[in-house]
Write a protein that binds this ligand. Structure first.
Ligand SMILES: [Zn+2]
Length: 351
């Protein structure tokens, strides 16, 4: 079900506010209505009602004088066909809240999108000099004034692939922590040689993370108990109120998608998309924020609540119990067995 996209109406003779009003309700034209039976209409379009298009315009208080122009320009949000004034359309009562969200995002984007784009360009060129840029300074202030979240008494997870040279090796708790300084690669929220503890909110999320988005892997999982951690939460903006609580520049960064960018083409050391996230990580660390909660870059439609947590402060977590073996696929699990007191398993995605 479509929502009228105002960006299609750039060269319009109809005032934008009228498009806004129409977009709050218009769902589809006669074409889609006639495609389904009267009976299924109420099921498929349960929150909708059929009305004459011009009656809709009257009820929205749109002056008569502009109706003909609207008729000329309007296209059905679903099929793109023209809509005549006297034709029947379907209107949806749930669009208003979605549209309020759209409007809020459009407003935020209008204010800061250009700034953010330019800043990211600058940062990719001069990753160490973010604070020389005015937007960089504004982002610092915005991060400082973002309301922090406290994570306390929560179990998070950490995964590790089996030892490449010795797949039978049973990992201990000691081996499930951060990598040593000299082999710490650059991460979304850390620089080379600066280990940070990356966690997931489930073993499944962790398995996906270490295996390029595919959970069908065998790995070791360590439970990590997080206590009294002051966190910058970059995930909690689903509702209008929540999005509105973030400072403007942080809200702009969140809806821009830049913080979760995952570019398949960038292999090896070249990760320009990390410049902005590492800038934010540095701002957090220098301001004594213990960590950052962020959406997993490998999540999809079915597991939208896949969340990661990176912790900079070693005092706000401890390991809970010994690591256990996780399998994302029962068939792979069937290939595991106990032999001579050792776990035998086969890891198909070993690199
Ligand atoms: Zn249509």
């Amino acid at each position: 079900m479509g929502i009228l996209n105002l960006h299609n109406y750039k060269n319009t003779k109809v005032p934008e506010e009228y498009w806004d009003c129409i977009a709050d309700y218009l769902s589809c034209c006669e074409n889609e209505i006639n495609d389904i039976s009267e009976e299924s209409y109420s099921n498929i379009r349960w929150n909708e009602k059929k009305v004459c298009f011009q009656a809709l315009l009257y009820s929205l208080g749109i002056p008569n004088g502009i109706h003909k122009q609207i008729e000329k320009e309007i296209r059905c949000p679903e099929c793109g066909r023209k809509i005549e004034l006297e034709s029947v359309v379907s209107i949806n009562y749930g669009y208003q809240s979605k549209r309020t969200r759209q409007k809020l995002e459009a407003k935020i984007n209008k204010d800061v999108h250009g700034k953010i784009k330019n800043f990211i360009k600058f940062l990719k060129k001069y990753p160490m000099l973010g604070l020389l840029d005015d937007t960089g300074k504004e982002i610092e202030n915005a991060i400082r004034s973002t309301k922090l979240q406290i994570i306390d008494n929560e179990i998070w997870y950490r995964a590790r692939k089996p030892d490449k040279n010795n797949p039978l090796k049973i990992f201990t708790q000691k081996e499930m922590g951060k990598p040593p300084v000299d082999i710490t690669p650059e991460g979304r929220f850390n620089h080379y040689g600066q280990p940070s503890l990356y966690l997931g909110n489930s073993d499944y999320v962790c398995a996906k993370e270490i295996n390029d988005g595919n959970f069908q892997v065998i790995c070791w999982i360590q439970k990590v108990y997080v206590k009294k951690a002051k966190i910058l939460d970059l995930t909690d903006y689903s509702t209008i109120n929540k999005l509105g609580e973030y400072p403007l520049l942080v809200a702009g960064l969140l809806i821009s998608g830049e913080l979760e960018e995952h570019n398949e083409k960038h292999k090896g050391f070249y990760k320009p998309e990390y410049a902005i996230t590492r800038f934010i990580a540095d701002l957090c660390r220098v301001n004594n924020i213990d960590g950052i909660k962020y959406g997993s870059a490998v999540r999809n439609e079915t597991d939208k609540d896949s969340i990661n947590l990176v912790l900079f402060n070693d005092n706000c977590y401890y390991y809970e119990g010994e690591p256990t073996l996780y399998s994302g696929n029962e068939k792979i699990l069937a290939r595991c067995g106990i032999e001579d007191d050792e776990i035998i398993f086969y890891c198909p995605t070993q690199k």
